[in-house]
Write a protein that binds this ligand. Structure first.
Ligand code: TXA
Ligand code: MG
Length: 333
């Protein structure tokens, strides 16, 4: 494994990443949300290596990353709504699930056999340059072992998957810090499959109406679940799990617990916390999202048996933060 910092050698990082992807290898790519574990999306053997490296329990569809909307349109069908969303948020933390073009070279292992495809244009210019030079889409889930905390720093990837990747492109910490929002634009309906870096409100402003309510039966997979559990309302799968137990809505800190807090809140017992991270002392949900996964890893590293988490408001990016925290706190399989 080689780790290349783009501030030291941007051109070298791009060349190494493109060469490894062309050879069918795995490359950790920076995105604005989390680091991705990338493979050539047209090469089934390379894509299979993603599943092997992550230890994913089963095949669920992966997001194909492309350098721009023009490239996206060669793989998916974009009507006016999908195009408006792409124009508003790309490059950026939005994945659009649209009908897959039958002539697309993206392999079935990426779509898990569905006739739709999840596409996204990531923000970092270094990653878009790698995608453009490769000339093929890159399938990339978050670069963590299945069920573990998503990586927002190159060192997180090295810890989790260092042995499996050929190259890690280190562009520093991911500025958004939670995964992309996934929106399906299918059969005239626009549905939120996973809250993420673009808020529900921002999407509704662009489409000019509320998002459609998901019809449980019409969705093949729970797109918010890495293990692609069948969509069952009220059923929460455990994901993003630290070793420590996660206790939500804490109004006090018990002895031996670590504390994840927000907006300067210091519930009783805080002074005795084994470790403490305030996601955003000023109460900014954007800053809180960017620090969420790093904070989970750091609090976990304190060795505390339980991470107590204060209530965090669910407006704006708070919806994605709450979703990830509920998964981190869900009973483990
Ligand atoms: O921010 C992100 O989205 C990151 C970075 C690396 O781009 N990627 C990411 O990938 O979070 P992953 O594999 O952890 O999550 C992708 C989700 C899956 O839960 C999958 O079910 C959903 O996208 N998905 C992909 N294609 C889909 C499709 N055709 N229909 C429904 N869901 C789809
Ligand atoms: Mg993931």
């Amino acid at each position: 494994m080689v780790m290349v910092k783009i501030e030291d050698d941007r051109e070298g990082a791009i060349e190494a990443a493109v060469a490894a992807l062309e050879a069918g290898g795995l490359v950790a790519l920076p995105t604005e949300t989390v680091y991705g574990l990338g493979a050539d999306a047209t090469d089934p053997r390379a894509v299979a290596a993603i599943y092997a490296a992550k230890g994913r329990p089963r095949f669920n569809p992966l997001i194909a990353h492309v350098p721009d909307l023009a490239a996206a349109e060669t793989h998916g069908v974009f009507g006016p709504t999908a195009r408006a969303l792409a124009a508003a948020f790309w490059p950026g933390p939005l994945t659009l699930v649209v009908p897959k073009r039958p002539e697309s070279a993206i392999c079935d292992l990426v779509t898990a056999g569905l006739d739709s495809i999840g596409l996204r244009v990531p923000a970092p210019s270094v990653t878009r340059e790698i995608l453009a030079r490769l000339g093929r889409p890159v399938a990339a889930p978050s670069a963590n072992r299945s069920g573990r905390i998503s990586p927002t720093r190159a060192s997180d990837v090295a810890e989790d998957l260092g042995a499996a990747v050929a190259v890690i492109v280190d562009a520093g910490p991911c500025p958004v810090g939670v995964e992309s929002t996934i929106v399906a634009v299918l059969d005239g309906r626009v549905t939120l499959l996973r809250p993420g870096g673009v808020t529900r409100e921002a999407i509704e402003t662009v489409i000019g109406r509320p998002l459609d309510r998901p019809e449980a039966a019409s969705l093949a997979v729970d797109a918010s679940a890495e293990g692609a559990a069948p969509l069952a309302p009220g059923l929460l799968t455990s994901h993003y799990a630290p070793n420590a137990r996660v206790r939500l809505d804490a109004d006090r800190v018990a002895p031996g617990e670590a504390l994840m807090t927000f907006a300067g809140l210091r519930p009783p017992g805080s002074a005795q916390a084994v470790a403490l991270v305030d996601l955003s002392p000023s109460g900014d949900p954007v800053e809180a999202a960017s620090r969420l996964f790093g904070a989970l890893r750091d609090l976990d590293a304190s060795g505390a048996g339980t991470i107590a988490v204060v209530p965090i408001p669910e407006d704006g990016l708070g919806e994605a933060i709450a979703d990830r925290l509920r998964r981190a706190a869900a009973p483990r399989p």
